[in-house]
Design a protein around this ligand. Structure first.
Ligand SMILES: CC(C)(COP(=O)(O)OP(=O)(O)OC[C@H]1O[C@@H](n2cnc3c(N)ncnc32)[C@H](O)[C@@H]1OP(=O)(O)O)[C@@H](O)C(=O)NCCC(=O)NCCS
Length: 294
């Protein structure tokens, strides 16, 4: 997906957000000393200057890949780079963006993340036309929960085993802003995750997110049951281009949604359809089908 042209990035009286640059090496080195940041970003723990530069280059490339913007948070009062806010556009076609953020240890305690989130919230509606902003927050992450609350987001559901943090799948509470319907906002991230190697290579994730009666009609014509998927080791990498192209979401019943899209891989493209159902324990994938494009 080509990201929309944006005239400017979020800013307010307190913070200004910009594309990361060479001046952010010190910020990344500082961030790499935190416990959680290396687990939820690609910053290696206690990284070197070279690794910090590589991280910055990867952030600069993100808009080109169509995934979203990784933005450095600058404190307007001091001009210091203090943290990062990532705007994920995987569900922008569905009117929703997802954000994640961090503040380097030596700049914490001044509410920079809440200020950045508030600015991003207003920018998403005005500049991206996204009527929904979500952030998925670990229920044990007190500073982040407070940040979302201070930025005016509202708490929704908590989902089990939503996000991979280090070697475990953590529950995440959805915090959101905007009038958008909650359902589509969850389906976009879930579907994208299915294609990330960290998730699809892990039987625990599928065991949790596949409906008891799940069945897939694969692109090759093969029939995949829930048991077959959970018990098959995934060795090859599937290089699906994200965000998923031509996403279209339709409600089939009060608790059931159908997502169609085109999954582009280097060697083929397939039309895909997924049916997601919300049970009392969370969203489960009920059916999936892939059909190769000629
Ligand atoms: C979450 C994070 C970005 C917040 O950084 P920050 O903007 O400097 O936030 P602050 O330190 O100013 O704290 C924000 C609020 O949380 C509160 N808080 C901080 N630590 C807390 C704790 N251990 N327990 C309870 N509340 C806490 C603060 O008192 C403040 O509340 P207040 O505004 O009512 O005073 C930062 O802690 C961080 O980078 N953490 C690691 C990465 C992360 O968790 N990212 C979020 C992923 S969703």
């Amino acid at each position: 997906m080509v990201l929309p042209d944006v005239a400017e990035f979020p800013s307010s009286e307190w913070v200004e957000l910009r594309i990361p640059d060479e001046d952010d090496v010190g910020l990344v080195l500082d961030a790499s000393t935190a416990t959680l940041i290396p687990l939820i970003t690609t910053i290696p723990a206690n990284c070197t200057v070279r690794q910090a530069r590589e991280f910055i280059r990867r952030q600069q490339d993100r808009p080109r890949a169509g995934r979203g913007w990784s933005l450095t948070i600058v404190d307007r009062a001091t001009g210091d780079a203090v943290g990062n806010l990532f705007v994920s556009c995987n569900s922008l076609e569905l009117g929703a963006i997802e954000v994640g953020y961090w503040v380097a240890p030596s700049h914490r305690g001044r509410g920079h993340a809440a200020n950045a989130l508030r600015a991003a919230r207003e920018w998403a509606v005005a500049d991206l036309g996204a009527d929904r902003l979500t952030s998925y927050i670990d229920p044990d992450n007190a500073p982040s929960l407070r940040t979302a609350q201070r930025a005016g987001l509202e708490q929704e559901t908590t989902y089990d085993r939503w996000e991979r943090v280090g070697d475990e799948f953590r529950p995440m509470t959805v915090w959101s802003y905007g009038p958008g319907r909650p359902e589509p906002g969850h389906i976009g991230p879930l579907e994208s995750r299915m294609w990330l190697n960290d998730y699809r290579g892990d039987a625990r994730w599928f065991d949790h997110h596949l409906h008891a009666d799940f069945v897939e009609h694969g692109c090759s014509g093969a029939l995949w049951t829930r048991d077959r998927i959970v018990n098959t080791r995934v060795d090859e990498e599937i290089m699906i281009r994200l965000p998923l192209a031509d996403q279209c979401l339709q409600q089939l019943a009060s608790d059931t949604w159908m997502l169609t899209y085109i999954a582009h891989q280097p060697d083929r493209s397939c039309r895909r359809v997924s049916i997601w159902q919300e049970l009392s324990e969370g969203w489960r994938l009920r059916f999936h089908q892939g059909t190769p494009l000629p």
